[in-house]
Design a protein around this ligand. Structure first.
Ligand SMILES: *[C@@H]1O[C@H](CO)[C@@H](O)[C@H](O)[C@H]1NC(C)=O
Length: 319
């Protein structure tokens, strides 16, 4: 056998291996979210003597100015900090704008600790009728929790934010303002960005390892199709109701890289995305294990991209 044959043989072996590899990634890494359990259609609040109430629907008309969705998994320690921040924000906004209405949806994503109890206790102490606590029977992951919260939100604008209070909550005003400027046909997504020392002098405190991984991730994400976004992963994102309707009913990813699917869906549907610098500090107790989760994220991301590429998922897809 000549060396040409050998070369061709090795190339076809490599290509087959690659194809098999990609097929395995799609086969085993495609998320397939479970249906809601009956009890997950209800929330608790301090109204009506703790009777549970039925959740709303993203496709109905809005009833409040802002929906704040907080995915929370075993967050009994950190959640009160965020709840306080939101409470302060609402109080200060109401002095400027007395009619301001909102809802605060805490999605307890199958916690083993007292996350939802802590939320309800906070609502009780401060008399917050706008707080709604939903408890997932089985954990979905942050993206799944956000999606489930968005699907039942009632706001004209809807945001999600991390339960750890890492982003300064009052920065939501900046996001709202910038969203209104960039809105087109009622469509806009404003995302917090922690990557912007050059832009604004925002204080960013981050370890070197994390900075390096962030760089690698950013490069990989760019290759896989999300361009022009500096910080895809910031857990502080705002949607106009119309934009949320085009995004969340079509979501598949329930784990960390759900942000990327949001941005891909935005790109496919021509929804304007504006990045807004936010104040942010690293909070102890992160649930990310750097090596394991990086590999996991890389494979998940590949699966997402392949599913859209192969047409298994489409933007006209409605679950
Ligand atoms: C298509 O997508 C579904 C839902 O994510 C997934 O379960 C399935 O494995 C995918 N199928 C193929 C052939 O990619």
């Amino acid at each position: 056998m000549g060396s040409l044959h050998l070369a061709l043989l090795s190339i076809s072996c490599l290509v087959s291996l690659l194809v098999v590899g990609l097929a395995l990634v799609v086969r085993f890494k495609s998320p397939n979210p479970r249906a809601r359990e009956e009890s997950e259609n209800y929330y608790l609040c301090i109204d009506e003597k703790h009777e549970r109430q039925r959740l709303g629907d993203i496709n109905s008309e809005p009833t409040v100015d802002l929906s704040i969705i907080v995915p929370a998994y075993n967050e009994e320690e950190r959640l009160p900090v965020l709840l306080n921040d939101v409470h302060d924000y609402v109080n200060s906004r109401r002095t400027r704008e007395p009619g301001f209405s909102y809802e605060l949806i805490i999605i307890d994503d199958g916690s083993q600790d007292k996350t939802s109890e802590v939320a309800m206790e906070f609502a009780q102490i401060h008399g917050i009728r706008e707080l709604k606590a939903v408890k997932h029977v089985v954990n979905r992951g942050k993206g799944g929790a956000v999606t489930q919260g968005m699907l039942c939100a009632q706001g004209r604008y809807m945001m999600f934010c991390d339960a750890d209070g890492a982003t300064q909550f009052s920065d939501i005003d900046e996001l709202l303002e910038r969203a209104k400027i960039s809105e087109r046909d009622g469509l806009v997504i404003a995302i917090g960005s922690r990557n912007n020392q050059a832009l604004s002098g925002t204080v960013v405190e981050r370890s070197h390892v994390r900075a390096f991984l962030q760089w690698g991730f950013h490069t990989y994400v760019t290759i896989l199709g999300v361009r022009g976004v500096r910080d895809t992963q910031c857990g502080f994102k705002l949607f106009s109701r119309k934009a949320a309707r085009l995004v969340f009913p079509k979501m598949h990813v329930e784990r960390f890289i759900f942000d990327i699917e949001i941005l891909l869906l935005a790109r496919y549907q021509d929804i304007p995305v504006v990045e807004v610098p936010v104040n942010w500090h690293e909070v102890a107790g992160s649930k990310m294990s750097i090596v394991r989760d990086s590999i996991q994220m890389a494979l998940d991301l590949l699966a997402v991209r392949l599913n859209y590429l192969l047409g298994n998922w489409t933007v006209s897809d409605n679950r």
